[in-house]
Design a protein. Sequence first.
Length: 422
Amino acid sequence: MKILLKQVKILDQNSLYNGKTLDVLIENGIIQAIEKEIRNEDATVISSPALHVSVGWVDIKSSFCDPGFEHKETIEDGLDSAAAGGFTHVCSLPNTFPICDNKTIIEYQLTKSSNHAVKLHPMGTITKGMKGHELSEMYDMYQAGASLFSDDVNPLNSGMLHRALLYAKNIGATLLLAASDEYLSKNTVVNEGIASTRTGLKADPAVSEVIQVEKIIRLLEYTEGKAHISGISCKESVKIIEEAKSRGISLTCDVNLMNIIFTENDVLEFNSLMKVLPVLRSIEDRDYMVKALDEGVIDAIASDHRPVDAEEKELEFDHAAFGSFQLQTLFSALNTHSALPIEKIINILSDKNREIAKIDKATIEVGHIADLTVFDPFEKSIYTENSLLSRHKYSPFLNKDLKGKIYGILRANDCIIMDTHE
């Protein structure tokens, strides 16, 4: 199959062609030519007034609900949504049923996703059943194909975190750790501040996150290990992480999409679509997350894609489930609302997320295997119930005007073309 990208702006900091607008020809999964003008009558042509191409995007934290909760979303559903959102790789959380704490579930997910253009990277749990009492079969899962391990939003106690860091260090795995104190944040639903005062709902204090971040850093220093803290949401946490990095501690972190777009003010009308973890923080915290991303203190952005159904979401705010549908709309939402420059967004999605997820580097050069996302950052998109690829349309961006359209993805011999504009 031949794909010809016409007059496409290349965004790839590792390519000699970065920032240039050229024609790119991909044939049988290989970038065959990058020139001022290419003519090829046999190729499928993709064009747009402001067509861009980058190395394929990576999401480091999504929930695909399969096995066990397929009524919300299957692996195939999730990968289709990822492709429509411009992602060529997705790391899936182990919060399935049965919980992904053994190699059998890893192998099941890899087999079920093997024929899709989007590559799935299943995570294993850190502890058995995500209960925090006993280490899971991490080595067996690592051998089966998992390189990231997480107990999702469940924080680890000090003893278990100490053992997990040492074990992960020995096998070369990366831990994705939650940043909250299980006692301070127990049953909390909104930020301690304007949101808790005005709604009367149980408050989640920022100090809960700060305490856990400090504990992780102390144990990283003690074990000389490395880890990734997932879901940073407050200013003080970022400052602590920045100081730790300056001391050479091997630490990376991410922020969830919702925490760099919305604030605690958005929960005041009890909209359950705004019920997420970590909770939405203050305007000052939100703005500091964006600043820290732009400066590279926060390394990555996670979609925290969590499909939910009506029985979970259409309830009073304090009883509704946390999370919402995010993968398909992430880029457009970021591009519209985050105030991050397009180059920074692409660098994070293409390179930073890829590095944390331990996915092979890719670049846009002749002779290299295609791992590409094709998009127009200026074309408008409106995600309706018909265009959202979700069984349950619980998205905070439903029927909202967003800026940015995905034209397709290419990964080796696989491609999904959403639109050619021809």
